[in-house]
Ligand binder design. Structure first.
Ligand code: PAF
Length: 280
């Protein structure tokens, strides 16, 4: 696997991979790779001749009180995993390459960026949209794979691609879960043993609430029960539990169309997010 850290070398490497009309699929990541990321790589391989992965812990998507400096960084282990998976190239730029002195632009995807995580993490999706636009422009992939675990992020990226006529197909990949149902996430590494055991309440709550809503239960009551349930099971706080239209992410008072049930809650000082489809 070739590792690129400068844009000029990346461009030459990508041009060589493209020789003869080969297709490129990209998996943008922030590293600390786990089986969820490797499922994205596997999916990417099914769509193209070569897979290019990026690892960049993007400072502009972290708020002032978030975990940028503590975010897990394990490049050597990540490289070993990507090599074993047959990835053709790793794009691993430094902050000075992505945001050189004088960098002044930002992309705001209105509407989709504003509720849910956007409300709790102001500016987060501007950071995501901006860095993803840059990554796409640097690598120019034919296809890019993103996890459905970050469902709002996926919606923001789809909108970005449509609005800017970016010539890349976006593929959403179902969430990979641990054996007890907890969604795989790089942030699970922060959980102590107790918090990790209690965190299973999150996917259990999603299934339970989804069933309540599907069986005709009142949506507002089911969401309020869900929050109480998480606190009773040891979560310190719940940022939101929401039932939304799966395309617009607008809140739903009734289950009358394909919907997504999303949650963000904190346990053991770690903020976890998850979501499931709820289709009438
Ligand atoms: O999902 C992530 O890991 C990040 O938000 C992404 C898409 C790589 C942008 O930094």
């Amino acid at each position: 696997m070739q590792i690129f850290r400068e844009i000029s070398y990346l461009r030459a490497g990508i041009a060589a991979l493209r020789a003869g009309g080969a297709r490129i699929a990209m998996v943008p990541t922030m590293g600390a790779l786990h089986a969820g990321h490797m499922a994205l790589v596997e999916e990417a391989r099914a769509h193209a001749d070569h897979v290019v992965v990026s690892i960049f812990v993007n400072p502009t998507q972290f708020g002032p009180n978030e975990d940028l400096s503590a975010y897990p960084r394990r490049e050597a282990a990540d490289v070993a995993l990507l090599e074993a998976a047959g990835v053709a190239a790793l794009w691993a730029p430094g902050v000075e390459v992505m945001y050189p002195e004088g960098f002044a632009s930002s992309i705001h995807v209105a509407g989709l960026s504003e509720g849910l995580d956007g409300e709790w993490r102001p500016g987060h999706f501007d950071g995501v949209a901006t860095v993803v636009a840059k990554l796409f422009n640097q690598v120019r992939p034919d296809v890019a794979c993103f996890g459905e675990k970050d469902f709002q992020q996926l919606a923001v990226i789809r909108r970005l691609v449509t609005d800017f006529d970016l010539d890349v197909e976006i593929v959403g990949v179902p969430t990979r879960r641990d054996t007890d149902g907890l969604a795989l996430s790089s942030r699970n590494a922060y959980l102590g043993e107790n918090a990790r055991a209690m965190a299973v309440a999150l996917p259990e709550m999603l299934v339970m609430t989804g069933e309540a809503v599907l069986s005709g239960g009142d949506v507002a009551a089911a969401l309020a029960d869900a929050e109480r349930h998480l606190v009773a099971r040891g979560f310190e706080s719940v940022d939101y539990v929401a039932l939304v239209d799966s395309h617009s992410l607008a809140p739903l008072a009734r289950l009358d169309r394909p919907a997504r049930l999303l949650v963000a809650a904190r346990i053991g000082g770690t903020r976890l997010i998850d979501n499931i489809a709820v289709n009438p």
